[in-house]
Design a protein. Structure first.
Length: 358
């Protein structure tokens, strides 16, 4: 991939290319080792469960099949569900460090692969250059924005029948407790599902889904990107965690200034939404690609201002904060009293974090 091609891709909103496995691999189920997960006081006391990942293709009626990867505990249940939307050009087969930790602590995590995924396009016979162009187009195309939210809502529609395709999930899914998370372009997808209304060529678009109880936004967009204005966040009225890092400048420019947005601007969904169970976590030293996991910048790293050489304890901070939030919103029986996160809270790791709530 040429530097010019990379630069073109990096200019598109919400880009997070993951060099992971092909997005349409045959259905499989593989038990993963437990490993070390989050370190919050409540989550770390819970049993670390054995988990498995399985792949399938979800039939959404007359629309395209949506490739899914599902991470879930192999015993017990039912468990709350988190739907995770990947970054632009990525796939649902990434983010393993994070989604496996969530599953190990008692969540079923469903990761759809959206249509602009480079891995999926390559599997469909599209060349890399053409795939990159499609990713760039999706980032600024309101129809592609809508398609992503439709994917998420279709997954929510089909949760109760997902075990028909993946029998190991029988008894594991509690569809009455669901959350939605996303990274970069996926954070924008999650925001729209939450009720954020961007301006699409003069028209305010509404893709709100009332079912999710809470949202996690990893390196989201602020005002000036993807049609977001200061009033776009007025209907973001459900519990939301916004996470960024001091090195997270974003991969695209602000339409009003022409400069890359700062990490402070990525806190706009926290600052400009109505108060009430809103949380922000800023991790010292975390960049845009921290949230997609080790090696996620892959072969693009030499071309990027932000790399993925994040210290291991920084990933632990992401796991810690998100598990604190999910336990509070989706598993209140095992959450500590009070807010999910509060100023002064910190993970049991040598990482500096700044926590706010409102």
């Amino acid at each position: 991939m040429t530097a010019a091609l990379v630069a073109s891709l990096m200019a598109q909103p919400g880009c997070a290319i993951n060099h992971d496995q092909p997005a349409s691999s045959p259905p499989s189920s593989t038990t993963q080792p437990s490993g070390t997960a989050g370190t919050s006081p409540t989550s770390s006391e819970a049993e670390v469960l054995a988990v498995a990942s399985s792949d399938t293709t979800f039939d959404a009626g007359d629309r395209r099949g949506i490739p899914l990867r599902v991470w879930a505990p192999t015993t017990g249940g039912p468990y709350p569900v988190i739907v995770f939307s990947h970054g632009g050009g990525g796939s649902g087969q990434g983010y393993e460090y994070l989604v496996r930790a969530w599953a190990q602590h008692g969540y079923v995590v469903v990761l759809p692969t959206h249509a602009e995924s480079i891995a999926l396009q390559k599997q469909q016979g599209v060349g890399v250059r053409e795939a990159v162009v499609a990713v760039k187009s999706a980032g600024s195309n309101p129809s592609a924005w809508a398609q992503r939210t439709i994917d998420v809502s279709a997954v929510l529609d089909g949760l109760d029948t997902l075990a028909d395709r993946l029998p190991d999930l029988r008894g594991r899914i509690d569809s009455s407790y669901v959350g939605v998370a996303g990274h970069s372009f996926g954070a924008f997808t999650a925001m729209m599902v939450a009720g954020v209304e961007p301006d699409a060529n003069g028209t305010t678009v509404d893709h709100r889904d009332s079912r999710p109880a809470g949202f996690v936004l990893l390196s989201p967009q602020g005002v000036g990107q993807n049609g977001l204005t200061a009033t776009s966040f007025q209907l973001l009225d459900r519990p939301t965690l916004v996470m960024t890092g001091t090195l997270d400048e974003g991969q695209n420019t602000d339409t009003t200034t022409g400069a890359r947005q700062t990490y402070q601007q990525k806190l706009d969904p926290f600052r400009l939404s109505p108060p009430g169970q809103k949380y922000s976590v800023v991790i010292d030293g975390a960049s845009h690609f921290t949230f997609s996991g080790p090696g996620s910048a892959g072969a693009l790293a030499p071309f990027l201002d932000q790399t993925d050489d994040t210290a291991p304890e920084t990933y632990q901070a992401v796991i810690w904060a998100t598990l604190r939030f999910w336990d509070h919103v989706l598993s209140p029986g095992r959450a500590a009293p009070g807010p999910a996160l509060a100023p002064g809270d910190a993970p049991n790791a040598p990482t500096t974090v700044t926590v706010e709530n409102r």
